[in-house]
Write a protein that binds this ligand. Structure first.
Ligand SMILES: Cc1ncc(C[n+]2csc(CCOP(=O)(O)OP(=O)(O)O)c2C)c(N)n1
Length: 338
């Protein structure tokens, strides 16, 4: 098993990416406040260590599937922030030409198979992608991100069982941020660790502190190696906490301020800052410089996206179906005299 030693440079790179995600999300909230976004915005604040620690092990040929809370996954996988902001603001220059919004960003060039507005919707897609990789004898893997709420959907159970019996190269990453909208995970499930569900499918389950970037990076590295070596799927539970509301506009009356404050103290970015300062001897000015550089990049992407135009009404019916399908459908309508 490869020993995953993490260098100072790698930690600084993780820090930069986590700051990039947090800054992107804070800017997305600002855009929502200005009524510039055209669909719900679900932010990833507090969960950054998971996407960054995991995607550091992936290449563009490895796939990920994501959720309605997908901005962090996209950025960690290398998506273009200007195209993301343009999509959030329904501009033609966006990833889906402004017709998909925050919850439907996909980028095949970097192996990002798509965010998904359907809770649990990405899980069977990951299994399909895993089957394609196995069928073509590829060494690449699929990482399937989903929430604790999604782990109570039928798709979760059917997909894990199928991936297990077919020995597919998929790592199922349950981001347990404690809530599904307003429902506490403790109220919807009687087991303490969702990773224990792996036993029911005969696969390995791992429970990880998702707010500790070093632990995420190391444990995922071990899992990825096993899966690349052909040992079949793994279920990883990442314990974390959603620091902002479920979406912009959530009144958060289902959790106490004390609980949120406790988790703010365990913020993954603060945690990494402490390691960088105290263990790696990184001066405060260097951390501030990284924050400023990322802020500049994120705000430039947002400003440029704002200047892009909205799609024209004539474009409304384009890109809805696959061309061949649309063509066949059209012929059927013609035959029916419609
Ligand atoms: C199939 C389906 N059911 C319900 C919803 C409404 N919904 C949107 S987000 C959400 C909660 C999802 O919780 P979780 O999977 O834990 O992800 P989190 O929001 O915590 O990241 C629900 C129920 C939906 N979008 N799709």
């Amino acid at each position: 098993m490869k020993n995953h030693v993490i260098t100072r440079e790698q930690l600084l790179d993780f820090y930069r990416k986590m700051i990039r995600i947090r800054t992107f999300e804070n800017e997305a909230i600002e855009l929502a406040k200005m009524n510039l976004t055209r669909a719900a915005v679900h932010t990833y604040n507090g969960e950054e260590a998971i996407a960054v620690g995991i995607c550091a092990h992936l290449s563009d040929q490895d796939y990920i599937t994501s959720t309605h809370r997908g901005h962090g996954h996209c950025i960690a996988k290398g998506a273009d922030m200007e195209k993301m902001f343009a999509e959030l603001m329904a501009r033609e220059a966006g990833y889906c030409k402004g017709k998909g919004g925050s919850m439907h960003i996909a980028d095949m060039a970097i192996g990002m198979l798509g965010a998904n507005g359907i809770v649990g919707g990405g899980i069977p897609i990951a299994v399909g992608a895993g089957f394609a990789l196995k069928y073509t004898h590829s060494k690449n893997i699929v990482v399937c991100f989903f929430g604790d709420g999604a782990s109570n959907e039928g798709t979760f159970h059917e997909s894990l069982n199928m991936a297990a019996v077919m020995n597919l190269p998929v790592i199922f990453v349950c981001e347990n941020n404690q809530y599904a909208i307003s429902t506490s995970q403790k109220k919807s499930c009687r087991i303490e660790n969702l990773s224990d569900r792996a036993v029911g499918y005969g696969i390995e389950g791992m429970c990880v502190d998702g707010n500790d970037i070093e632990e995420v990076y190391r444990k995922f590295g071990e899992a990825a190696q096993k899966v690349r070596d052909g040992n079949g799927p793994i279920l990883m539970e990442m314990k974390t906490y959603r620091l902002a509301g479920h979406y912009y506009g959530d009144n958060e009356n289902y959790r106490t301020r004390e609980e949120v404050a406790q988790w703010k103290n365990r913020c993954p970015i603060k945690h990494l800052e402490k390691i960088l300062r105290e263990t790696c001897g990184v001066p405060e000015e260097e951390l501030t410089r990284i924050q400023k550089e990322e802020e500049k990049k994120v705000l430039a992407a947002s400003e440029n996206a704002k200047k892009e135009k909205e799609p024209s009404p004539e474009d409304l019916r384009n890109d809805l179906y696959d061309e061949t399908y649309a063509d066949i459908q059209w012929k059927v309508f013609e035959r029916q005299g419609r």
